[in-house]
Design a protein around this ligand. Sequence first.
Ligand SMILES: [Cu+2]
Length: 187
Amino acid sequence: MSQDPSCPTDPHAPDVMVVNNGKLANVFVYVKEGLGPVAFPASSQPAVLDQKGCRYAPHVLGLMVGQTLKLLNSDLTEHNVHPMPKNNADWNESQMPRGAPLTKTFQHPEIMMPVQCNQHPWMKAYVSVLPHPYFVVTGQDGSFQINDLPPGEYTLAAIHEKLGDQSLKIKIVPKETAKANFSFAAQ
Ligand SMILES: [Cu+2]
């Protein structure tokens, strides 16, 4: 991993299992069922995936179908961004040191698509593509919040790259906040 002198000597920082006081970060939480056939327009703001210190930042990212993904290279080394999709088109593209941003879109929903770098095998990110805006990644304190979900009954899912996925039912009633708790067991 120290093959590239432009990378930090220890780029294996703890992205995979980020646990603080028993709270798990980098869990992707999203509405899996219950929205029905409503079409949601993609956000006009790009989602940003940076390459910094020979790591992807953020490690887990969500965006909408058709929303622009803006890829940055903040490093003084060349990267090669390579998503490994199941439902979307496959591509990989080199990006020069501090090169111009790349912009991409994804046309189909997909959960936790791995993204790797062909130059640096330890680099990994997970990108999820949703047909709606009701998704979020848990923060350093393990918490998450999804705003403005219309009243109704939903299946909420949570997925972690190593600890698998879970789901639960939630009911949203007007003008109230629903609470949901997921609990992952260490393997
Ligand atoms: Cu790289």
